[in-house]
Design a protein around this ligand. Structure first.
Ligand code: 6V0
Length: 309
C-alpha cells in the first residue's frame, strides 16, 4: 500500500505519525510547498522505525511524480484558519489550491482513493470532484468522522463508559450546520435516554451536546492554534478501513446524488468504507426534524459552493 500525504503541516505530519507507527503501508510520499520542513519531518520520522510496531515503510519527500501509482492520497494542504475566522472563510483560497492539487493527483494516481481533509471540507471535496474525473466512491472527505468521535467522547464522559460502546454520528456539514440524529444514537443498544433512566444517570442535555460537538474544534483552536490529533486519528481510521477492506460504516463526506432528498452536495452520511472506497451509502429513516436538519445543512453547503465557483 502506497500512501501520499499532500500537505505536511500539523495534520499531515500527525497522520504520517500514525502510519509510521501503526500501519501496514509499504511507502509514504510526503508532498508540501515547504519542502525543507518536510525533509526535516521525514528525517525525524526515520529515527522512530527501530521502535515502532508497523512495517518499515519507505519514506519519500517528493513531488507529484514520486506519488505515481498511490493507492491512497490524503489532501490536507491549504490555508489554515486564523484567529476569528470560521471554516467558511477559507472557501476561496482553498478552492484554488485544491484545483491545482487534484489535477496533479489525477495525472499521477488516477486509480487512487482520495481523502480530502482541507477545510471547509465538504465544499473543497465538491470542488475536487468537479475539477477531476474521480468518481465519488474514490474521492470523498473525512467528513464528520471527527465530529462523531467528539460526540461519542462527550456521551461517554456523561455515562461513564468507553466511547467505543457509544453509537452515534454527527451528520451533514463538518461545520456549523452539522446535526446529531438522536433517533439512531444508542449506548450499548439502548437509546440514550433509556440508558440513563435505567442506570440512574441524569438525562443528557441534547441541545448542549450538539452545541459542544460543533464548537469544541474552535475551543481547541483558540488554545493551541490548530487541531490535529483527533483528525489524524480519524483519517488513520479511514485508511485502515480501506487497507483491510473492513466495510466499516463511517460518516464520511460523499457526493449525494438524489439521496436523502439531496442532490449534488458533498455532505456526511453513514457510508460503508472498504477497499474500493465508499462502497455504499447506508439509508436510514430519519425523523422529520432530522430530515429538516439535513436539508438545512445541505442548503448551507450549497451557499458556500456558490462562493467556490
Ligand atoms: P497547516 O499546519 O497550516 O498545514 C497546511 C500545509 O499545507 C502547510 O504545510 C503548507 O505549506 C501546505 N500547503 C499549502 N498550500 C499547498 C500547496 N498548494 N501544495 C502543497 N502544500 C501546500 O494546517 P493544518 O495541517 O493544521 O490543517 C490543514 C487543513 O486541514 C486546514 O484546511 C484545516 O482547516 C483542515 N482541518 C480539517 C479538519 C477536518 O475535520 N476536516 C480538522 C482539522 C484541520
Amino acid at each position: 500500500m502506497k500512501v501520499t500525504i499532500v500537505g505536511m503541516g500539523a495534520v499531515g505530519t500527525e497522520i504520517t505519525g500514525f502510519l509510521v507507527n501503526m500501519a501496514e503501508v509499504s511507502e509514504i510520499v510526503a508532498i508540501d510547498r515547504n519542502r525543507e520542513r518536510v525533509e526535516g519531518e521525514i528525517l525525524d520520522f526515520s529515527h522512530t522505525t527501530s521502535f515502532t510496531y508497523a512495517k518499515n515503510p519507505r519514506m519519500v519527500v517528493g513531488d507529484y511524480a514520486d506519488s505515481a501509482g498511490s493507492d491512497i492520497v490524503v489532501i490536507t494542504a491549504g490555508a489554515q484558519l486564523t484567529q476569528g475566522q470560521t471554516r467558511d472563510d477559507l472557501v476561496r483560497a482553498n478552492s484554488v489550491i485544491i484545483r491545482e492539487i487534484i489535477a496533479e493527483v489525477e495525472r499521477y494516481s488516477p486509480g487512487a482513493i482520495v481523502i480530502v481533509v482541507t477545510n471547509p471540507v465538504d465544499v473543497i471535496t465538491w470542488v475536487a470532484l468537479k475539477s477531476s474525473s474521480f468518481p465519488r466512491e474514490r474521492l470523498f472527505s473525512s467528513g464528520t468522522l471527527l465530529d462523531s468521535a467528539r460526540f461519542m467522547r462527550i456521551v461517554s464522559d456523561h455515562v461513564g463508559i468507553d466511547p467505543k460502546n457509544i453509537f452515534g454520528y454527527m451528520l451533514g456539514e463538518h461545520g456549523s450546520t452539522g446535526f446529531i440524529p438522536w433517533s439512531i444514537c444508542n449506548v450499548c443498544g439502548l437509546d440514550i435516554d433509556t440508558y440513563c433512566r435505567l442506570n440512574g444517570i441524569p438525562l443528557i442535555d441534547k441541545a448542549a451536546v450538539s452545541a459542544e460537538v460543533r464548537n469544541v474544534g474552535y475551543e481547541i483552536f483558540n488554545r493551541k492554534g490548530n487541531t490535529n490529533h483527533g483528525i489524524a486519528a480519524a483519517v488513520f481510521r479511514l485508511i485502515r478501513a480501506i487497507e483491510a477492506d473492513e466495510r466499516s460504516v463511517l460518516p464520511v463526506g460523499v457526493l449525494l446524488q438524489d439521496q436523502y432528498g439531496v442532490d449534488d452536495v458533498v455532505m456526511s452520511v453513514p457510508c460503508v468504507v472498504g477497499r474500493n472506497g465508499v462502497e455504499r451509502i447506508v439509508n436510514y429513516a430519519f425523523g422529520f426534524d432530522e430530515q429538516a436538519a439535513l436539508h438545512r445543512s445541505a442548503d448551507h453547503i450549497k451557499s458556500l459552493i456558490a462562493l467556490a465557483q
